[in-house]
Design a protein around this ligand. Structure first.
Ligand code: ATP
Length: 420
């Protein structure tokens, strides 16, 4: 038995709206142990919707039909599904009253006909309350044995209804199918990571790994059956013990959050001096809630004159080595920490492209300098492949990880780890 999704909307097929509801359905259901078997998207077209609903495989326990429940003429889902399931529509006075009350609470007015359209309920269907919008959801038990759940398309309405109305019904109908856990590695390439993971998971036969590489980080997703939770925990611990600092702590959701946590543990603050990332490192750090306790500020010093004026990089150094050089990266981070009250610093200088590269200094060449109060400046040279955006994103990730590893190595008194 499976769960499938049918998305309704011409705008989804035309690319005017990105199908975020499908991604959210996968995430929300996945966290509860459910697996989506498949998805189909069709236009706001009665024949297409009817054909898709009718073709639902008999093994489908629940079909989530998303969108097309609204008041406009292109909203056809309710009518078509009622027709296909042979459950005639009836006006539901309770739903009508609920929609009126919801609209009154927001001082909205809607034409009477549109209001009534949304209060039509297929005979025998359960109404699912829409706490944040007008069109209610509908749970229809089809004669075939499949439950067909109709949900509104606006993402916040869809999300709320999926969590509050669909999940409880799903749990009553289907046992959870699998357990998943995601571990995040920074600074190790995907194939190297995968080879080590396969080796380490040799004794954990029922754990299935999957890898998702994304700009200098690799997410390792471990999946097993719902009952096999103990083995999943043991396998995750094994990987954590092996990868040590290269793996982000379990309780941090992202690399910037892990940097913030490492700084908080030391009671240190940080600042950045950025050239090719244009403030991207600062943006990433300030996206972390509560970062004001550890993040002091940033200099975006793109021009050489600004590197001199604000970071006191000597003009002679710039002339001798060029702005993209280990010497200038080091001078930038030292200037930053000398002239601000930040404890730790990151400085980056590089050639993001597509122009500006030379044989000696090609596009993608980046120098990252980091410093903490108790360790000397560390300067690393990288050559990042890809386009301008990719070079910039990789620089942000790699710089943050360099500082994180330096702080951790520092606090643990151990050597630097994992910076491949
Ligand atoms: P409404 O009352 O707004 O008509 P509805 O249930 O009929 O609600 P739709 O008309 O299908 O829903 O979509 C309403 C809004 O939600 C549109 O802006 C649409 O682009 C967006 N939307 C619909 N489906 C999705 C989806 N799968 N992912 C993201 N957004 C979506």
């Amino acid at each position: 038995v499976t769960i499938r999704v049918l998305c309704i909307g011409s705008e989804l097929l035309a690319g005017h709206t990105i199908n975020t509801n499908l991604a959210e359905a996968g995430q929300i259901l996945g966290a509860e142990g459910y697996v989506l078997e498949g998805c189909q998207t069709v236009a706001d077209d009665a024949a297409a919707i009817a054909a898709a609903v009718s073709a639902t495989p008999a093994t489908t326990a629940v079909l989530l039909v998303i969108g097309g429940l609204g008041p406009t003429s292109d909203d056809l889902t309710r009518d078509v599904v009622a027709d296909v399931l042979n459950m005639p529509l009836q006006l539901d006075a309770g739903v009508l009253a609920q929609i009126r009350a919801f609209l009154a609470s927001r001082s909205f007015t809607v034409p009477e006909e549109a209001l009534r359209r949304q209060a039509m309920v297929p005979q025998g269907a359960e109404v699912m309350l829409n706490a944040v919008g007008t069109a209610p959801g509908l749970w229809c038990n089809a004669a075939s044995g499949t439950a067909i759940a109709l949900l509104p398309g606006p993402p916040h309405e869809f999300r709320t209804m999926l969590r509050e109305q669909v999940l409880p019904r799903l749990r009553r109908r289907l046992p959870p199918q699998r357990r998943c856990l995601t571990l995040c590695l920074c600074g190790i390439g995907e194939s190297v990571a995968a080879a080590r993971v396969e080796e380490l998971l040799h004794d954990y036969k029922r754990i299935i790994p999957a890898y998702c590489a994304n700009q200098s980080r690799v997410d390792i997703r471990l999946t097993t059956t719902w009952e096999n939770s103990a083995e999943l925990t043991a396998a995750a611990k094994r990987l954590r013990d092996e990868f040590k600092a290269a793996m982000l702590p379990a309780e941090t959701a992202s690399l910037p959050a892990a940097v913030a946590q490492a700084l908080q543990q030391q009671h240190w603050t940080m600042a950045t001096a950025e050239s090719c990332t244009g403030g991207g490192i600062a943006a990433a750090m300030t996206a972390v809630a509560g970062s004001s306790s550890i993040f002091r500020g940033a200099f975006v010093t793109y021009a050489n004159e600004w590197k001199q004026q604000f970071l006191q990089v000597p003009g002679a150094l710039l002339a001798a080595h060029g702005a993209v050089s280990p010497e200038v990266a080091q001078a930038m981070v030292l200037g930053l920490c000398r002239h601000t009250d930040a404890d730790c610093g990151i400085a980056v200088t590089g050639i993001a492209g597509p122009g500006g590269g030379t044989e000696e200094k090609p596009v993608g060449l980046v120098y990252i300098a980091t410093v903490t109060p108790t360790t000397p400046v560390q300067v690393q040279q990288h050559w990042f492949p890809g386009d301008r955006q990719s070079v910039r994103v990789r620089t942000v990730t790699t710089a943050l990880n360099q500082l994180r590893l330096q702080i951790i190595a520092d606090s643990a008194g151990c050597t630097e780890h994992g910076n491949a």
